[in-house]
Design a protein around this ligand. Structure first.
Ligand code: CO
Length: 215
């Protein structure tokens, strides 16, 4: 007997439904992967990229890690970004955080959690960079929400400085970066308004997004 048989049963039902709607569905998908979007999001089980954007399999390339962090030397994330830009030729890279992020909260609260503390240090860096502003917020929930926003903004900045994005922009590619945040309580995406498709545009968009977040 298969373990987790209920998941196999759900899979069987799903594939049958897809075939009923479109008998060529899987044949077509198997031949071609041509997503327009790369999504870098949090691993949180409540923030599934395809579902919340209403996109089908084949329409979005996805990388997720705890608290949607883009680390300069993370070969896993950088390989995904490189492959999406150079091979799949995506037109948009979206970094999407979410309010209520447990990783961001753990960094904010600073309680020891073992191995993951090393990963959360990257969010502590964001916290330290904006310490003056964050310390001015008394309410813990509000501070947590702001750090979630600032984390997205800083991770988009890291993305803009990565070699795959630099190379694409230097070669004149129309590659657009975006910073978004998702609300667990209402299921709605919000744009942090820092979309940019070249280095100069990005620098201005980054400053504007920080001003917006802090106003
Ligand atoms: Co999260």
């Amino acid at each position: 007997m298969k373990t987790l048989s209920e998941l196999f049963e759900r899979n069987r039902c799903w594939s049958m439904r897809q075939l009923q709607e479109d008998p060529e569905y899987f044949l077509r998908l198997a031949k071609l992967q041509a997503p327009k979007y790369l999504w870098v999001g949090c691993s949180d089980s409540r923030v599934p990229a395809n579902q919340i954007t209403g996109l089908n399999p084949g329409e979005v390339f996805v990388h997720r890690n705890i608290a949607n962090v883009i680390v300069h030397t993370d070969l896993n994330c950088l390989s995904v970004v490189h492959y999406a830009i150079q091979v799949l030729r995506v037109e948009h890279v979206i970094v999407c955080g979410h309010y209520g992020c447990g990783g961001v909260r753990a960094a904010l609260d600073g309680q020891p959690n073992g191995l993951i503390d090393n990963w959360l240090r990257h969010i502590e860096d964001v916290l330290e960079r904006h310490a003056d502003f964050l310390e001015s917020i008394a309410d813990h929930e509000s501070k947590w929400a702001k750090l979630c926003e600032l984390n997205v903004i800083e991770q988009v900045r890291n993305l803009a400085r990565s070699t795959p994005v630099r190379d694409a922009w230097q070669s004149g590619r129309e590659l657009m970066l975006h910073g978004w945040i998702y609300g667990l309580k209402d299921g709605r995406l919000a744009d942090l308004d820092m979309s940019a498709c070249c280095r100069e545009e990005f620098d201005a968009a980054y400053r504007k997004a920080l001003d917006n977040a802090k106003s």
